[in-house]
Design a protein around this ligand. Structure first.
Ligand code: GDP
Length: 298
């Protein structure tokens, strides 16, 4: 996903390493190159500004002037600031004091929510939890069946509305699923909700109604990293319409330019918590800002 950005930064750093002492003009030139590389990678403008601002201020300061190897010091600063933009420390899931922990998934249709429900369920089960997946996406034909299939593959139980019960009420399904989890001693409930192709008031209202009915411990916004700058506007719409605690970046295996992955934390003020990197259930991991920064800088 970050191939072009990696190449450009590598070339910039190579030029930088070729110099001994660094003048302010050298630092400005380096910052200009990084700025262009980030913009070309589709990183949102306010994020680029903030990032470059910090790098420039630090790079012109004493830590670089007094360094034995000024170029390496600048690169270290870029690395550290990249980690900051990506969220600093890894943000882990918060579990409820009294089980079940309720996790609500929201996001656009096709973002990867249903797949993520299976991945998260599988991952939590591996850690000794007893998760329950809940099919509260009653909008999309086959969504319930899709979750049931994924649940089966993941070896995780699925709570779905009774067959032949009509369209049903997702708020009711979600509410009943939490009661069911309590009675059957599932300790984590993962609720999949309906998305639409674009931001839509009805979708937001439904997700907010489910939220109010089940009071989730964590609301995760799932976003397709391939949709570029749209990821940022969608994230802002969900933050305002439903509110969320953390972000899941899906399709990080794609060949888009990756700017969304770099922007969403800063723009929404919410941490990226998980990364989804393929269609298979095991293509999933906790998001580590430091590892992502290292990957980008090569
Ligand atoms: P939903 O509408 O938000 O529930 O999205 P789905 O979970 O149905 O995913 C939409 C499509 O994206 C499916 O074909 C998934 O197999 C695919 N998908 C989901 N996550 C990933 C991922 O991380 N990488 C790739 N390459 N495909 C994914």
């Amino acid at each position: 996903m970050f191939a072009t950005l990696q190449d450009r930064l590598e070339a910039t750093f190579k030029r930088l390493r070729g110099k001994g002492r660094l003048t302010d003009a050298d630092i400005d030139a380096t910052c200009r190159e990084i700025r262009i590389a980030l913009l070309e990678a589709d990183v949102a403008l306010p994020v680029v500004r903030e990032f470059i601002g910090h790098v420039k201020e630090r790079a012109r300061g004493a830590e670089v002037h007094q360094a034995l190897n000024p170029a390496e010091q600048v690169i270290k600063i870029v690395h550290e600031e990249l980690i900051q933009i990506l969220g600093g420390d890894t943000r882990r899931l918060r579990f409820a004091k009294t089980p079940p922990t309720v996790i609500l998934l929201c996001g656009l249709q096709g973002a990867g929510k249903t797949t993520l429900a299976g991945k998260l369920g599988r991952w939590l089960k591996e850690q000794g939890h007893q998760p329950l997946l809940v099919a509260a996406d009653l909008q999309r034909p086959n969504a319930v069946e899709q979750l049931e299939i994924i649940g089966q593959r993941a070896g995780v139980a699925v709570f779905a509305p009774e067959r032949g019960s009509g369209v049903g009420d997702p708020v009711d399904v979600a509410r009943r699923s939490v009661e069911y989890a309590k009675s059957k001693l599932y300790d984590i409930v993962i609720v999949d909700t309906a998305g639409r192709l674009g931001v839509d008031e009805e979708m937001m209202r439904q997700a907010a109604d489910i939220r109010d009915a089940i009071q989730p411990d964590e609301i995760l916004f799932v976003v397709d990293a391939m949709i570029g700058q749209d990821a940022v506007t969608t994230a802002e719409a969900f933050r305002d319409g439903v509110g969320f605690d953390g972000v899941v970046l899906s399709k990080l295996d794609g060949d888009a330019r990756g700017g969304a992955a770099l922007s969403v934390r800063y723009v929404t003020g919410r941490p990226v918590m998980f990364a989804s990197t393929g269609e298979k259930l095991e293509d999933f991991d906790v998001f580590h800002p430091d590892r992502m920064a290292s990957r980008i800088l090569g």
